[in-house]
Design a protein around this ligand. Sequence first.
Ligand SMILES: [Fe+2]
Length: 280
Amino acid sequence: MTELSAGTPLLTRDIMPRIATEIRADKDTLLSGLHADSIRALLEQRGVLVFPQIHFTDDEQIAFTRTLGTLASEPRGEEMYTVSLDVQLNRGAEYLKGSLYWHIDGTMNDVPILASLLSSRVLARSGEPGDTEFCNTYAAYDELAEADKRELESLRVMHSAWNTLFYYEPEPRIDILRRMMSIGDRELPLVWTHRSGRKSLVLGATARHVVDMDFRRSAELLVRLRDWATQPQFVYRHRWSVGDLVMWDNTGTMHRATPYDPRSGRQLNRTKLEGEEPFA
Ligand SMILES: [Fe+2]
């Protein structure tokens, strides 16, 4: 463990060499905002920050999120979202089925959210636990061969929310497909050059095809890059304990949930930070 900055100590420990750092601190220290700049810098460097069993209440999670930037509200104005595949707990459970596949949040928006904070409230009572996996898309880009980097530099990819529908519903009803299509499509760079100068890969389940590329070559490239970016050395898998808080830099990672029974009771609460940087 190393001490992150002066003042009340914030102890950090890197979990994997290329992704994820654990932070140990008490609630008051985190809620004071004293370390907000350090936490944000560490988030950008490490992709995922884990606060084991910090046990924030809903209000505390919202307050902590606000120390780090601008809280992004949900479509109906709520400050917090219940992540559950159970339709009793989450009216959007159907749409959430896409979260079981590697993705970046907000690829349909001008500016994707900066980060999400997820806390565990109820563990699955039976069956598979439903872990959350993250991969570092900065590290995945950095470690590509130079020839690959040159080839990918200028490519653009069409992203479509409806593309994710086929991951979990291979033969969708036409009205469901049209509803997903109404969300729109967006052309994004394959390599995102951030304001910092760092570069990351923009991939995930919404990535439909590489613009102006033969469909077969395009599919092969997107699958090859997803396979590359999600290799074990770039991935951190979080196994939840009640009270854990995990936050991730949505602009430099992909994430997915591993399967769980929708009726198992598993519930996570999510807050988000407003995006600050467009894709290109
Ligand atoms: Fe997500």
